[in-house]
Ligand binder design. Structure first.
Ligand SMILES: [Zn+2]
Length: 60
């Protein structure tokens, strides 16, 4: 693994956040294809709403 700086990139909208610890609390971490993926607070909210609305996961 390359020693890259910890810059978070939202896998959904491409928003970036500095890994200063504050953003990390609001961001959701997931694992996809054995890779770490992050979702920003905004997208997490949208995502949750979609789950509650029982949208087809293929929509993503
Ligand atoms: Zn996002």
């Amino acid at each position: 693994m390359p020693d890259t700086p910890e810059q978070l990139v939202c896998a959904t909208c491409g928003r970036t956040a500095p890994a200063d610890g504050e953003a990390l609390v609001a961001w959701a971490r997931g694992v996809e294809h054995r890779r770490e993926v992050w979702t920003c607070d905004v997208c997490s909210r949208e995502y949750l709403r979609s789950i509650e609305g029982k949208l087809d996961s293929g929509w993503w």
